[in-house]
Design a protein around this ligand. Structure first.
Ligand code: G3H
Ligand code: 13P
Ligand code: ZN
Length: 320
């Protein structure tokens, strides 16, 4: 077992307290390879932002648990080398079992999400509380979830029953002792969050109702990519076929970040940015076969995207 503090990582507790008080959110960017990690760290160092390096269970399988432990340790040292000792959290995204959360904690994660949102309410509480009891022994922070985000293929507008029920949050937070709570207010995963003709709007009214019930408690927003239309157009210009991809408007996320929303998850926008850059290089230089020649531009575009997010969506610049 390696403790996260030995790797130079921090848990999310203090970062969230400062973010809630300061009216900004900590970026939670997903990663599974070196270029993504470099882009995240260099962007956050440049903007002097704390960061949550987020790993899904699929990403953990893809990258390998041992490599990830050293990559996270490397990220801490890389940030220092770039000139800023920014706080870095290593977080499990959408943990689906106690065993996975335990294993991540043993491999140096400083924060885990146990996503019991698909379970009946009492079972969600039971599983979440079990993970919290284990994690807190090692000072690892835990994110729980209440309410189910609509699937990529689902019609968000019709899925009102999946929104978080404000009347449940106080009981859930008390009985599980979680450190933060992910809620469902109309965001969803992937690049197809709304159908054409739908108004891309999240339910800030539900968020404010939740905040009234648990004042100052750290709230997390998943599915918060904005699907920049210039990047989608670039992908399609260079041979891609993304049709009707629509995300959450950045101004709505910025509004949410000013409240108790203290962690905003962004994955798809990064995937889109890398894809656009790779497609451009391969389309313009079909004879190119050195991976550095297309992964390098992908990394640069990803870094630019993250810097933009920090200043325009999260507001976490200069908060290290
Ligand atoms: O919430 C989902 C994240 O975007 C991770 O996606 O499971 O394909 O790695 P993934
Ligand atoms: P996006 O698909 O909107 O980027 O959401 C990512 C996410 O919520 C990861 O947990
Ligand atoms: Zn998510």
């Amino acid at each position: 077992m390696v403790r996260f503090s030995e790797l130079g990582l921090v848990n999310s507790r203090e970062l969230f307290a400062k973010a809630v008080a300061g009216g900004y959110a900590i970026p939670a960017f997903n990663f599974n390879n070196m270029e993504q990690m470099q882009a995240i760290i260099s962007a956050c160092v440049e903007a002097k932002s704390p960061v949550i390096l987020q790993v899904s269970s699929g990403a953990r399988k893809y990258a390998n648990q041992t490599l990830l432990r050293y990559m996270a340790q490397g990220a801490v040292e890389y940030a220092k080398e770039l000139g800023a000792n920014i706080p870095i959290v290593l977080h499990l995204d959408h943990g689906d079992s106690f065993e996975l959360c335990k294993s991540c904690i043993e491999y140096g994660f400083s924060s885990v999400m146990i996503d019991g949102s698909h379970l009946p309410y009492e079972e969600n509480i039971e599983l979440t509380r079990k993970v919290v009891e284990y994690a807190h022994q090692f000072d690892v922070t835990v994110e729980g979830e209440l309410g189910v985000l609509a699937g990529v293929e689902d019609d968000v507008k019709a899925e009102t029953h999946t929104y978080t029920r404000p009347e449940e949050v106080e009981d859930f937070v008390k009985r599980t002792a979680v450190d933060s709570l992910a809620i469902s207010i109309g965001t969803s995963h992937g690049a197809y969050k709304f159908k054409p003709g739908q108004k891309p709007e999240i339910r800030l009214d539900i968020l404010h109702e939740i905040e009234k019930r648990i004042p100052g408690f750290p709230i997390v927003l998943h599915g918060s990519s904005s699907v920049p239309q210039d990047i989608v157009a670039e992908i399609n210009h260079y041979g891609g076929q993304l049709k009707d991809s629509i995300g959450i408007p950045e101004d709505q996320l910025r509004e949410a970040a000013k409240s108790a929303v203290c962690k905003i998850n962004i994955d798809s926008d990064g995937r889109l940015a890398m894809t656009a850059a790779v497609r451009k290089v391969l389309a313009e230089k079909p004879a190119e076969f050195d991976p550095r020649k297309y992964l390098g531009p992908a990394r640069d575009k990803l870094k630019d995207l993250y810097v933009h997010k920090i200043y325009n969506v999260l507001g976490s610049n200069d908060k290290m």
